[in-house]
Write a protein that binds this ligand. Sequence first.
Ligand SMILES: Cc1cc2nc3c(=O)[nH]c(=O)nc-3n(C[C@H](O)[C@H](O)[C@H](O)COP(=O)(O)O)c2cc1C
Length: 351
Amino acid sequence: MDKKIHWQSLHPNIQRLFQKQERPIVVLAPMEDVTIVPFRKICKRYGADLVYTEFIPAAGLVREVAACIKKLEYQDEERPLSVQIYGSNPMEMARAARMVEKIVQPDFIDINLGCPVKKIANRGDGAGLLKPDGYVENRLCSELNLPPKNLKNVLCAVVDAVSTPVTVKMRLGWDHKTIYVVESMQWFKEWGIQMIAIHARTKQQAYTGKADWSYIKQAKQASSLPIIGNGDLTSAEIVLQRIQETQVDGVMIGRAAITAPWIFRDVINVLENKPPLPLPDLSFRVEQYLEMISEAIPVKGEYKAVIEMRKYLHAFVGNEYGAARVRKEVMQYDRYSDVKKCLENYVLAKR
Ligand SMILES: Cc1cc2nc3c(=O)[nH]c(=O)nc-3n(C[C@H](O)[C@H](O)[C@H](O)COP(=O)(O)O)c2cc1C
């Protein structure tokens, strides 16, 4: 039987997030080195209802590592904002969450239960928190649907430590034999989690194969918390189809936003039954691209800002005639003024 969400029992920040509009929410996924302030702002301007920081190690935060503290930078126009942290030491995670609360006062604190990278997951962080414990009385914990002990310890420690609503972003499970995403809906509710984003792959799959949304559908039916579906959402049409199939409360978009940040606008249009809009024009996209670099310069320094923004170049410059040559030229520059001149000349030549 489908469970109902008891909105009044959830934190006011969660209630505001969902009750602001009548459609499911559309969320920018956390992505390391991608969801930095200037990119988050652009996605926000294209309509993203919620944006996440990239994941930040609790161990780095509590040791006040400058690079980790820097990742907490944000601007007010990004709100509502979720800060994602990861780690597997309950005390450290609780302390890190308290620091995040004090420094950022985010709308949400999210715990990463999804990172599949070996050196992270194998030490119990990220998706490592989903790895089932071994045996209890000669029976596999995964068969008994027992939550991994440290998963409970970490989540409860963070929930107890802060008054900000705590959410999780998880994978289906550790591998195809240990998928207990449906059972975990009840655990999360009991432990005080307020919202669950599900990337419909296992840790073992990393990014291979296809996201299996049938699990998201089952999890949604079993959950009395809002569910955000994630994985392989590449167009507004696919998003609409997944929402109709699963009845999720929101969708989270990752890689597709890197190549087309206006996907949020397109998805919202489809959900609101509005006609599709044309691609934003080239001069506007170039203006946004240059703005992202200039905003990243004070944070990263000119060289890093120019180099790191190259990953968005394809999206903003596009595929039009002559774009390939311009992209190639821009890739050679490491100074903002050169990139600017090259792109502005391209826009002028296109007029
Ligand atoms: C470059 C990159 C960095 C990522 N970093 C994070 C991260 O910091 N935290 C996290 O929870 N997931 C991270 N992910 C996973 C995404 O949030 C998302 O779950 C995944 O890409 C599937 O969604 P998609 O098919 O829309 O891309 C990352 C993915 C990519 C491609």
